[in-house]
Design a binder for this molecule. Sequence first.
Ligand SMILES: NC(=O)c1ccc[n+]([C@@H]2O[C@H](COP(=O)([O-])OP(=O)(O)OC[C@H]3O[C@@H](n4cnc5c(N)ncnc54)[C@H](OP(=O)(O)O)[C@@H]3O)[C@@H](O)[C@H]2O)c1
Length: 278
Amino acid sequence: MILVTGATGNVGGNVLRQLLDAGERVRALTRDPGTARLPAGVEVVGGDLAEPSTLAGAFDDVHRMFLFPVPATAAEVLELAKGAGVERLAVLSSSAVTQPGENFVSVMHRTVEDAVRRSGLAATYVRPGGFATNTLRWAPTVRAEGVVRAPYPDAAMDSIHEADIAAVATAALLDDRHVGAAYQLTGPGSITQAEQVEAIAAATGHPVRLEELTREQAREDMVRVMPAEIADLLLGYLASSVGTKAEVLPTVEQVTGRPGRSYAEWARDHAADFTPAA
Ligand SMILES: NC(=O)c1ccc[n+]([C@@H]2O[C@H](COP(=O)([O-])OP(=O)(O)OC[C@H]3O[C@@H](n4cnc5c(N)ncnc54)[C@H](OP(=O)(O)O)[C@@H]3O)[C@@H](O)[C@H]2O)c1
């Protein structure tokens, strides 16, 4: 049995489906089994990674696990998992751990990776850069007004499809050759934010206009939904990416045997998110 945590999320949800497609027995962890919409064939268990005492039974008969990162309790969760017989993990981490210096994101993921290393469990570290799903923040204004309001339209992105992150994690769970590896992942191409907006318009068949925000206007919007430290980090990253090409890594194809999905493909997969209700 393979336990998937974060199973209702972007990456975990895809890990779940890919493991099912591979014929594996899968259990999904969610904090709210009553409302979680999970595919048929999955065993569902309630529990909160932030409250390890709620995880009794979640690890029964489990030998492998996809770990969603919850830093404060990661060490305790891994101790429980190991004690219950879990042998191996794919860990959702971040490329931020490979960058010099410390920030909110790198500290969070280093904490989880360190806990995994200390647990002694066999593990594969999956370290994606920016998710294509981050652009879902544009969906409400695209649906309502056909507009994206964003700073730095010429910033170059290497956004990765969540299904590709999941494909690497799934390979890591199913193939022993990935034990001990740390895979830094990007999408398959460098694309500006303005080109991402064009891809959304092409995917939905509706025009989408990009209105450029100043850094200050963008920050004001962002701090309503995220800590100021993360907003500043993201804005700094965008500012430094203007007029550059994002570095693209071959890791997804090397691990999964198929090229990474483009942003245009992601936009087609998510066209419904950007399309006004009829
Ligand atoms: N966005 C990026 O560009 C980026 C880049 C690199 C790394 N990352 C990392 O990727 C992660 C986000 O992945 P994602 O987009 O797949 O997540 P997501 O779509 O936000 O979903 C996360 C899922 O995890 C579950 N969850 C959250 N806290 C939990 C807890 N305490 N106990 C049990 N389950 C919990 C939730 O399920 P229930 O509500 O059903 O319990 C939720 O559905 C973050 O850790 C982030 O740091 C993100």
